[in-house]
Design a protein around this ligand. Structure first.
Ligand SMILES: Nc1ncnc2c1ncn2[C@@H]1O[C@H](COP(=O)(O)OP(=O)(O)OP(=O)(O)O)[C@@H](O)[C@H]1O
Ligand SMILES: [Mg+2]
Ligand SMILES: [Zn+2]
Length: 657
């Protein structure tokens, strides 16, 4: 059996001793990539050996390639189940642009078009077909098309992409995914390949069971995203100005907010300040959302301000920064949302702004989890609090941000990573046990008098302030009055905030932010538990984010261009080590050409070439097709399609044209 649609020879993995060489050559020819990323080659081999596979890799890890490359190297067709039309379209667009025969069948097509594509499919016209599960499982489609395919050109594999949709424990459960096990009983000889970026053990077990995977080869890649720089910043009056500066520095960005109202406000403000930004949330109609997403993907919009409704289906690989303007709800959510940055493997930034008011908002939202009668949903509230606690611990931690996140996924990572604020600009840990006890005993004294106050008032007592309110309350008679004079008000505020974050005191939720003791306060009061808080060195050390160019430990990905500035420069193009000095004007010129070509062909610019390819181009300035073919990201099809245009641009630039 051989397919007319493929210009790649089939390989026979068991007979071919030089498979590794062949695979790398095929990878370059078809996709233009120089090498496999961590984990990819082993998966490709298992797929070629026709085993069932469960592969877990982080967002942007390169899962698609693991089934796309084998699809090209085998006779027959590979059927890919995907949950969203946008995802199918994006993948098919990228494949087609690489000269690979791929298509999708879904509800966006009319009956005649579906008929046409089905007929071509049966004749072997496609190497890959993308479908929604409900389409694939239509009785008629199963009985006619799928059966004929197996009997005819052959089915290499059923690929279940975003396989976590099968699990109720995942975040995107889809009932239709549950039915997919029917494929196994109807076509027992066809391997099933499941891919997901959701790492939890529970979801993993669920996928294997629900899809009836048969002795699957399980591949779990590291969830470390070495090219992302993580940073947590205090939320204060400078926050908006910082965001604006970040946006003005360039690069596509996503800003996440908790509520629709804030999304609208912030998007409006950014636009008023000259940023091409749009809002995205579930309150907008479908067309508006679609337009915003489309404009973002085509680089007509630079920034999307969104609620978490903006998520799956956003496979734009060159998002350079993700900002959480409000506290994320869960640490897993934070990992997924921030992970939309830098899917192309180039340096990108993730910034989380964190302020005390956010904690109150989050707790308020948790309290809204009630049944129709208004009674608290105890379990959900408990889980919500636990999740909030994890987020707070992450935000407040002085430990490597990567280490905290990866531990959440059960992965051990010992910092320093060289690409997070805590590793690059460590804060000092100070012992504030004495002051913490003074603070707590002040709350305790007040409690004895059945009184409760907020942090500012407690600090006044400790510092011996002579305010009218304090004196008229008679609080100058408390034994704790004035015992904390030696510390500044700001220092006390830092301590109060840290104790709140560490859960050592409680803040009331009834509109007054009064403080009270909880069970964790007592060991501190009794002197059994020390209190340590992290403090920023003042004098602008934290803003001069120019730590050295160390690489995150154990964070290299084979096949990546070896470069990662500890702090990605967003104002200009970072210079890759391997590239001779990049000519910025030429790079901008090539970007402009890419945008023109993209608009001509109705494609997103990244589908033509990634930024990293353009950067290499601007560095090496290839003047003929042979030199051009050697660039990473240039495969056969793209060479033929775009090589001449880009070479002409480079020549014109050289001649000062
Ligand atoms: N070996 C490689 N070398 C260079 N780039 C690669 C390689 N493999 C994949 N990529 C690129 O990595 C990016 C992400 O790949 P892909 O879309 O397959 O990620 P994914 O693992 O499916 O992520 P998600 O979970 O978000 O769907 C793509 O832009 C792709 O072109
Ligand atoms: Mg994917
Ligand atoms: Zn770190």
């Amino acid at each position: 059996m051989s397919s007319s649609a493929s210009h790649f020879a089939a390989v026979h993995p068991n007979q071919d001793g030089d498979l590794a060489l062949d695979l790398t050559a095929a990878l370059k020819r078809a996709f233009g990539f120089e090498g496999f990323r961590a984990g990819q080659e082993a998966i490709v081999r298992d797929v070629l050996a026709r085993r069932d596979v469960l592969a877990l890799m982080p967002t942007g890890g390169g899962k698609s390639l693991c089934f796309q490359l084998p699809a090209l190297l085998q006779a027959g067709v590979t059927l890919v189940v995907s949950p969203l039309i946008a995802l199918m379209q994006d993948q098919v667009r990228q494949l087609t642009n690489n000269g690979i025969a791929a298509t999708f069948i879904n509800s966006s097509l009319d009956a005649a078009e579906i008929h046409r594509r089905t007929a071509s499919l049966l004749r072997g016209g496609y190497k890959l077909l993308y479908l929604a599960p409900e389409r694939l499982l239509l009785q008629e489609f199963l009985d006619n098309t799928v059966r004929s395919l197996e009997a005819g050109i052959g089915i290499n594999a059923f690929v279940i992409d975003e396989a976590h949709c099968v699990s109720e424990w995942g975040h995107d459960f889809r009932t239709e995914y549950r039915q997919l096990a029917r494929l196994r009983s109807r076509h027992p000889r066809v391997p099933m390949l499941a891919f997901t970026a959701t790492a939890t053990a529970r979801v993993r077990a669920d996928i294997i069971a629900q899809l009836s995977l048969r002795d699957p080869a399980v591949h779990v890649a590291s969830f470390n995203r070495p090219n992302l720089f993580y940073r947590v910043k205090p939320k204060d009056k400078n926050t908006y100005r910082e965001l604006l500066a970040l946006a003005k520095g360039g690069g596509s960005g996503i800003v996440y907010c908790l509520s629709r109202k804030r999304v609208d406000e912030l998007a409006g403000k950014l636009r008023a300040n000259g940023v091409r930004a749009a809002a995205y949330h579930a309150g907008l109609d479908g067309a508006t959302r679609h337009d915003a997403q489309d404009a973002f993907i085509r680089d007509d919009l630079q920034v999307i301000v969104a609620t978490i409704a903006f998520g799956m289906g956003i496979d734009k690989p060159d998002v350079r920064w993700v900002v959480h303007y409000d506290l994320p709800r869960t640490l897993e959510g934070y990992y997924q949302e921030s992970g939309r940055a830098g899917r192309d493997g180039d340096a990108a930034q993730c910034i989380l702004y964190f302020g005390g008011a956010d904690i109150r908002t989050a707790e308020f939202l948790i309290q809204q989890k009630v049944d129709p009668n208004g009674a608290a949903l105890q379990d959900e509230q408990r889980i919500g609090r636990q999740q909030l606690r994890q987020v707070l611990q992450f935000a407040d931690s002085t430990e490597c941000r990567r280490a905290v996140q990866l531990r959440y996924f059960g992965e051990m990572f010992s910092g320093p990573c060289g690409a997070c604020d805590n590793c690059c600009e460590p804060r000092t840990i100070e012992d504030w046990t004495v002051e913490a006890r003074q603070f707590l005993s002040c709350i305790a004294r007040l409690a004895q008098r059945r009184e409760r106050f907020g942090a500012a008032y407690i600090i006044d007592i400790l510092r011996g302030a002579r305010t009218e309110r304090l004196l008229s309350n008679g609080h100058d008679e408390l034994s704790v009055y004035g015992i904390g004079k030696q510390r500044r008000t700001e220092d006390w505020r830092d301590l109060a905030r840290a104790m709140l974050h560490q859960g050592l005191i409680e803040e009331a939720q009834d509109g007054y932010s009064v403080l009270s003791l909880n069970s964790r306060s007592w060991p501190v009061l009794r002197g059994e538990e020390p209190v340590r808080i992290a403090r920023n060195a003042k004098s602008g050390r934290r803003s001069s984010a120019t730590a050295g160019t160390s690489r995150p430990a154990g964070a290299s990905r084979p096949g990546d261009t070896p470069r990662l500035d500890a702090t990605p420069r967003l104002d200009a193009t970072p210079t890759p080590d391997a590239t001779p000095s990049v000519d910025d004007t030429l790079f901008e010129r090539l970007r402009a050409l890419r945008k023109r070509l993209a608009d001509e062909h109705g494609l997103p610019p990244y589908v033509i070439f990634h930024d990293s390819t353009l950067r290499q181009m601007a560095g090496h300035r290839p003047l003929d097709l042979e030199q051009f073919a050697a660039l990473p990201g240039v495969g056969q099809a793209k060479l033929a399609r775009y090589g001449a245009r880009f070479i002409a641009e480079i020549r014109a630039h050289g001649e000062g044209g």
